[in-house]
Design a protein around this ligand. Structure first.
Ligand code: ADP
Ligand code: MG
Length: 328
């Protein structure tokens, strides 16, 4: 059983970008309003994610790096309706398995806690730190030479991180994000909404020609708190791209690479788009957690809706938003 667990856990982290995704999701789950990500080299040297979220209590910090410890499930059945991004308690232990991991955290008390995991040994000490959490991952895959060999250049691996973080920054536009590579900041967003987030990630032409939108896309469920909402920002068709890569879609706060949802957004633009072009857009779908299964893919990149009329409703909503927008 131990071996099986290790294989399952090891699959979660195959590249530096996987560590970044898990750490950023933890920061968002901790209600951070500011998330700073730093990467050195190809990310195997250092990945650091610093947040100003609720932090961890001293007694909880060492538990968080142990396998299958999560603070996000409180009872049986919860796994069906989780609203946080994480809940399996696998990310920190999986990272600790293949890297040197240091977690420095403070839940708002007079002093913080630092937990270091190196080759399975956990050390806990007191550390100065304001409220929030910093996770440092060093020497990633030092014990996995095959995985290390499989990685691309520093430029290529950083590009993956940059793309991922820009998706989170656009999806969570009320949170401040910054990314730096080898000590130099590559982008930041101010945490003041969609238009400003677009300005942080893209240039002025993109952000300047956009319209924010929000609509209820109720299915058969109806009912209080059971509604499906769709919101985001749609850019003016003249700043189109050759790929659907800039159609940023997210479900319940998690950016996805879901081609069906992207296609629905593009279809909603209809004849506003020149043939073969796709828009720059951010489309968030928020629906009851039990209506969606995020766990069809280990990297959580795909999603399965229990009701696939969501796609048609997104398409129609985008069409309506564009028809009433003041776009020229
Ligand atoms: P999961 O997110 O699935 O619960 P993780 O291994 O990613 O599992 O994290 C384990 C636990 O560590 C979380 O449940 C949470 O309690 C705590 N934790 C991790 N990162 C942070 C953070 N940035 N801020 C506060 N708590 C955190
Ligand atoms: Mg997590």
């Amino acid at each position: 059983p131990e071996t099986r667990k290790e294989i399952a856990a090891g699959e979660v982290i195959t590249r530096p970008v996987d560590a970044v995704r898990e750490l950023v999701e933890n920061s968002l789950d901790a209600d951070a309003s500011h998330i700073e990500v730093a990467v050195d080299g190809d990310g195997t040297d250092l990945v650091r994610v610093r947040d100003d979220g609720h932090g961890m209590r001293r007694e909880d910090a060492p538990l968080a790096v142990e396998r299958h410890t999560t603070s996000k499930l409180t009872g049986p059945g919860d796994i069906e309706r989780v609203s946080t991004l994480g809940f399996r308690g696998e990310a920190l232990p999986s990272i600790a398995h293949v890297a040197d991991l240091t977690v420095t955290t403070n839940d708002g008390g007079p002093r913080g806690t630092r937990v270091r995991v190196r080759d399975g040994a956990v050390e806990t000490e007191t550390a100065g730190r304001a409220r929030g959490t910093t996770v440092e991952v060093r020497d990633l895959f030092h014990n996995r030479p095959a995985r290390r060999k499989h990685l691309g250049s520093a430029k290529a691996e950083f590009a993956r991180v940059s793309k991922l973080l820009s998706r989170y920054a656009l999806c969570h536009s009320d949170t401040r994000f910054s990314l730096s590579h080898d000590g130099r900041e590559t982008f930041s967003t101010p945490g003041s909404g969609d238009t400003d987030a677009l300005l942080g990630v893209y240039d002025r032409t993109v952000a300047g020609q956009s319209t924010t939108f929000s609509f209820a896309a109720d299915g058969s469920d109806g009912g209080e708190g059971n509604e499906t909402r769709v919101d985001g920002v749609l850019c003016y068709p003249s700043v189109t791209r050759a790929t659907r890569d800039h159609v940023h879609v997210a479900v319940n706060g998690r950016p996805l690479v879901d081609e069906s949802l992207r296609r629905a957004v593009v279809a909603g633009y209809g004849s506003l788009l020149p043939r073969g072009r796709a828009p720059v857009a951010v489309v968030r779908v928020t629906l009851p957690p039990e209506s969606v299964d995020h766990n069809v893919h280990p990297a959580k990149a795909e999603v399965a809706f229990r009701d696939d009329s969501v796609y048609a409703r997104v398409e129609q909503g985008v069409r309506d938003a564009l028809s009433t927008a003041d776009l020229r």
